[in-house]
Design a protein around this ligand. Sequence first.
Ligand code: ADP
Ligand code: MG
Length: 231
Amino acid sequence: MTVAIRLEHVEHEYAGTEESSRVHALSNVDLALAAGDFAILMGPSGSGKSTLLNLIGAVDRPTSGRILIGDTDIAGLSEDALTLFRRTSVGFIFQFFNLVPTLTVRENIGFPLALAGMRRKELDSRTGEILEGIELQHRAGHYPNQLSGGEMQRVAIGRAIVHRPAVLLADEPTGNLDSRTGETVLELIRSVHRSYRPTIVMATHSERAASYGDYIRHVIDGRVLNGGPDE
Ligand code: ADP
Ligand code: MG
């Protein structure tokens, strides 16, 4: 299943310990992505890319504005509904992989399915398919610290897509990899996009990485330029 994503007049402020330490991270953001798009967010460090991804992925709530994922305004969901939304509809890929160090490759990939209460047999079969897709069957029983950076990111991608989320969010996924390994990871993200057409939003600094997307939205100082539907 693919869904469209629409942000309307989104503001985000991080509360500081005192009035003067508040950070206005996003200002009046409008952004519309069609279902199945592979969109790129580009902008300098501190411009608000991660904040934007966290709002779309319901990791955080906007200070004001609407965030529509399909027909649902996630800004208005209860905590329980948000948790369920995150678990079922979103996959996250991070710059530093964020694998669970005490779980094997196979267990890391199966983790979202275990959380969702999937039965063992189905979980094993689904995890096996993913291991094959990321070409790491031979590493299934290894722990993250036994893997290279590129391998860790492939595992993280496997974990991000194992539950077939409608929305796949990637926050500088090649930022910690050399360019050749980064290319492999980008090819994998591209093949995921082709396989079941999730709506992908990827933040990056790199022109090379950005070229994998359908189009670029520039994020400057908490604002998104040309955020409307693709022209
Ligand atoms: P980017 O991902 O583009 O580098 P971020 O979304 O991480 O940008 O940050 C946007 C702005 O919000 C920056 O000024 C950053 O310092 C600030 N910021 C990010 N996270 C927090 C936080 N948890 N508390 C306070 N300020 C934050
Ligand atoms: Mg960031």
